[in-house]
Design a binder for this molecule. Sequence first.
Ligand SMILES: Cc1cc2nc3c(=O)[nH]c(=O)nc-3n(C[C@H](O)[C@H](O)[C@H](O)COP(=O)(O)OP(=O)(O)OC[C@H]3O[C@@H](n4cnc5c(N)ncnc54)[C@H](O)[C@@H]3O)c2cc1C
Length: 318
Amino acid sequence: MKIAILGCGVTGLSAARELAQHGIEAVLFDKSRGVGGRMSTRYADAWEFDHGAQYFTVQDSDFQTEIDVAMADGVVSQWNAKALYLKTGALSADTGRPRYVGQPRMNSLPKYWAKNLDIHLGCRVASVTQEKGWTLIFEDGTTQSGFDGVISTLPPAQAEQVLPDNFAKRRAVKSAQMHVCFCLMIGLSVPIDPGWDTLRVKNLPIDWIAMNNAKPGRSKAVGTIVVHSEATWSDENADTDREEVQAVMLKSASALLGLPLENAPHIALHRWLYASSKTSPDIPCLRGSGLVVAGDWCLGGRVQGAWLSGRAAAQAFL
Ligand SMILES: Cc1cc2nc3c(=O)[nH]c(=O)nc-3n(C[C@H](O)[C@H](O)[C@H](O)COP(=O)(O)OP(=O)(O)OC[C@H]3O[C@@H](n4cnc5c(N)ncnc54)[C@H](O)[C@@H]3O)c2cc1C
């Protein structure tokens, strides 16, 4: 069997690794220049920002085993962050399960999982068709055929565009919605210590600030601050002028830090159009005949959900 996997984020990599463990050939395709999808790192001069997933938590015992192996190999660390939560003017500890991060950067983990896989980058899939076998048609008009099955791990809106019209679970894909998120990246010449590493906030245009440089394995020579916008505000401002979005987020972050950030040596904004799940089918994957749709959004989002969904999609072929 030879299975085509669309997307090289955590879901796609998890599916490919599960297939490989059972001797099934997997060929992965991604439109981006690197692997990892939303578990990613942005490089800018002296600064590096984990501008997608900030950390991940583990509840599933099989996922824990996988993470333990990655920790033993030095590509994952537990992050004992000083984490605070600001709600209606009061600060409290932002408690929860242990937080894990890729080391030395978030994309170290997907890069580690990608080793020895057959990966084709810079390939944007335009459509998927079935005649004798399965064929992928790319944006540039080229094709790849001869697959016995296909796993899509694209966000739902993007999956919907490439799936064949007769895919049985099309309605479930269509009804899954995702929130937008803006990520503001601020580079400083030295790190700052506001008394916390992460601050979760309520009722503001932003809902998260992290001192990225405080994560294990990151350079302590410069300061790197990551700010995420709040989900509802992000959806409402998805098409607002970027300079305006940046100004609002900078103002909010400056006020929270008690530090003017407008003249920081590096400021950049990234828009994630499909960042986190708004509505989810809440099943590991959507199975059709020879075509399985997976992704973090099938299980409500997050890194662990992506890993579980990818494994379930692969198991559908075993
Ligand atoms: C701002 C932000 C903060 C987050 N914070 C956390 C967090 O703190 N903790 C946590 O657990 N999770 C967090 N997440 C979620 C986490 O990043 C995701 O759950 C996980 O990375 C999703 O993996 P995935 O493989 O399902 O999807 P993705 O990573 O989105 O992978 C899909 C891949 O498909 C590719 N693709 C799309 N269209 C096409 C096409 N037509 N052809 C070819 N390739 C295509 C994309 O390039 C991408 O690489 C966050 C996400 C964002 C954006």
